[in-house]
Ligand binder design. Structure first.
Ligand SMILES: Cc1cc2nc3c(=O)[nH]c(=O)nc-3n(C[C@H](O)[C@H](O)[C@H](O)COP(=O)(O)OP(=O)(O)OC[C@H]3O[C@@H](n4cnc5c(N)ncnc54)[C@H](O)[C@@H]3O)c2cc1C
Length: 480
């Protein structure tokens, strides 16, 4: 089939009937449930872009199909840049508010399939499995989520040997057909709106036999028997686009995933019990760098949107000339430019890896993924500081349609905009900087790629500091 349409996605989701729970009730059809319908339509719109702009959004595969561009395994800088352009178009659709668009995991699968020998070194079947799975995912243009974190109660002493060790997802049986896994993984964004769940190694495991049952990498259909998705509260509360411009479109649901003795066929297993390889998977296959590439593009788009919003707020409130407003706008410009520079450096310094793929340079993209969680909350803070009480003087669409209209129009206009325009702008600002949707966005940017402390530590591990230390030593030895 190749690159799919929005209708194809929605009809697949309708048929899937995964076990999804929201607010104590089982969801019958995720494509019409009030908490999910609008995000489902947004994802469908992304897929529709593939048919609307085939040259930009897809590429021709060896078998003649057109596949989504995020599945590409780039061999040239031109292909890396094509992927950037595709990431950008999808990110611009939601201004970066949809974090888990399918390109995020597609690009990681592309890297893992290119590195199939990494998996084959553990078991020859696993090398073939990851390559075949990538082929199927690309052919069907599956929408996938992933889940990495084990339950918090089970982690204090490592997974194995702890009194709650059976809470973490683990291997409980091997049969002729496959493995049986049981336990829980904490978070899957877009889980209820995905067809496939990628279950990859959690944070680092201890290299000892007791941790082997937790060292797993596999893929499973979201409607597999025994798999349950438990959703958080919905932030799309059925409000209009005027009232909640972002939440009413882009509330990508997060959920806990429970595996109740789920059978995973061998052909969907990529690693089993190989602790050392699980710990090295993301780095050695370069899947993490491809994911950083997608994230850096989204960071640029989101920074640009926040800057545009702050500039509009300054204009409408006639504050663009105020020194402190200008200083804050300058801060947002600097954030945007730094994110652009990281992305550009990552692309410009792309180099072939040992698996034959052209991979963006890790260091600038790693810088972006470490910086943005620190910078994004400040962008939100600036929107709050520059908006102030205007965030609270923003009546709803229903108020505009009521007898209050003349008074609203008289008293709530701004120097630079009539009341409806001013209120619409501040309702958008609230959805970014104050609503439950906005709060979750900040939390997402802080954590979705991992704990910032551990990500920073990885950056230190991956940076060769010795030449710089030698320069200090050399200077200390200088006698002139
Ligand atoms: C909105 C959202 C969506 C997400 N979506 C997904 C998803 O789709 N798939 C997925 O797999 N994961 C997802 N995540 C989870 C994400 O990977 C984790 O939030 C992240 O890895 C941090 O883990 P944690 O939340 O368990 O935090 P914790 O490990 O509980 O850390 C909490 C705080 O304690 C600090 N801390 C923890 N341990 C130590 C220590 N030893 N020393 C010092 N400080 C410490 C951390 O720095 C942090 O500030 C999502 C998270 C969020 C917030």
């Amino acid at each position: 089939m190749g690159a799919r349409s929005g209708n194809n996605y929605l009809s697949a989701m309708r048929k899937l009937k995964a076990e999804v729970w929201i607010g104590g009730a089982r969801v019958e059809d995720v494509t019409i449930h009030p908490a999910l319908v609008h995000c489902a339509r947004s994802i469908a719109s992304l897929y529709d872009m593939q048919g609307e702009h085939p040259e930009a959004m897809t590429f021709r595969t060896a078998d003649g199909d057109r596949a989504g561009m995020s599945f590409i395994q780039p061999k040239s800088l031109e292909e890396v840049r094509k992927r950037t352009a595709m990431f950008r178009r999808w990110a611009e659709y939601s201004h970066g508010m949809l974090g888990r668009t399918p390109d995020y995991l597609n690009t990681s699968l592309a890297a893992m399939a290119a590195a199939h020998e990494f998996f084959a070194a553990s078991d020859t079947r696993f090398g073939a499995n990851i390559a075949n799975y990538y082929g199927e995912a690309r052919k069907h243009d599956w929408c996938a989520t992933h889940t990495l974190l084990n339950p918090h109660a089970s982690r204090a002493a490592g997974w194995a040997g702890h009194s709650d060790a059976d809470l973490a997802l683990r291997l409980v049986d091997r049969t002729g057909e496959g493995m049986v896994v049981n336990g829980c993984r904490m978070l899957a964004t877009l889980g209820p709106l995905s067809e496939e769940l990628l279950v990859f190694p959690s944070t680092l495991l201890k290299e000892e036999a007791a941790d082997e049952p937790y060292a797993l990498a596999f893929a499973i259909n979201c409607n597999a028997k025994g798999l349950k998705f438990i959703c958080r509260d919905a932030f799309d509360a059925g409000r209009s686009h005027f009232d909640a411009p972002l939440a009413s479109r882009f509330d990508e649901m997060d959920c806990v995933v429970i595996f109740d003795n789920v059978a995973v066929p061998w052909e969907r297993v990529f690693l089993c019990g190989d602790v050392a390889r699980c710990n090295r998977l993301y780095g050695e296959t370069n899947a993490v760098v491809n994911m950083m590439h997608q994230v850096a593009v989204r960071d640029v788009v989101k920074s640009e949107f926040m800057l545009g919003l702050a500039a509009k707020i300054a204009e409408v409130s006639d504050a663009t000339g105020l020194p402190h407003v200008r200083e804050r706008l300058a801060e947002m410009i600097m954030t945007t430019e730094v994110m652009r520079a990281c992305l550009r450096a990552g692309e410009a310094d792309a180099a072939p890896d040992r698996w034959g793929e052209l991979v963006p340079a890790r260091a600038p993209l790693d810088t972006a993924r470490n910086l943005f969680p620190r910078l994004y909350p400040r962008l939100v803070e600036i929107i709050q500081l520059n908006s102030s009480s205007s965030l609270m003087t923003a009546p709803s669409e229903a108020d505009f349609a009521s007898a209050l209209l003349p008074e609203i129009e008289r008293y709530l206009a701004a120097a630079g905009a009539p009341a409806r325009e001013r209120v619409a702008l501040y309702r958008l600002a609230w959805d970014v900087a104050g609503s439950a949707f906005g709060g979750r966005q900040t939390l997402y940017e802080r954590f979705f790629f991992g704990d910032p402390v551990r990500m920073a530590s990885t950056l230190v591990d991956n940076t060769d500091l010795r030449p710089l230390m030698r320069r200090v030593d050399d200077f200390l030895k200088r006698i002139d």
